[in-house]
Design a protein. Structure first.
Length: 85
């Protein structure tokens, strides 16, 4: 049996997700659903920061990954050019 991870969205991430156009929102939600089996996809650690980034087309999802508690927290979601500011 596969251990499921907990995926939590911050209030800011939930609010931003609702403002994203529908086709892109669906792609992001599909990528987030895949995280329940653990960190997967195009995920890389950010240099000089504690967050990791998940790339979904032109969008970036910033994550905090806690392997001890099998928890992934979605910190923010934004376009590629704005997310790191």
């Amino acid at each position: 049996m596969v251990n499921l991870w907990k995926v939590n969205l911050s209030p800011e991430a939930k609010k931003r997700l609702q403002k994203i156009p529908n086709p892109d929102r669906r792609r992001i939600l599909t990528a987030l659903d895949a995280l329940y089996t653990g960190p997967s996809g195009d995920i890389k650690p950010l240099k000089g920061r504690v967050e990791w980034r998940l790339r979904v087309g032109g969008w970036r999802v910033l994550l905090l990954i806690d392997e001890n508690t099998a928890t992934i927290r979605v910190v923010s979601i934004d376009s590629r050019g704005d997310v790191y500011k």
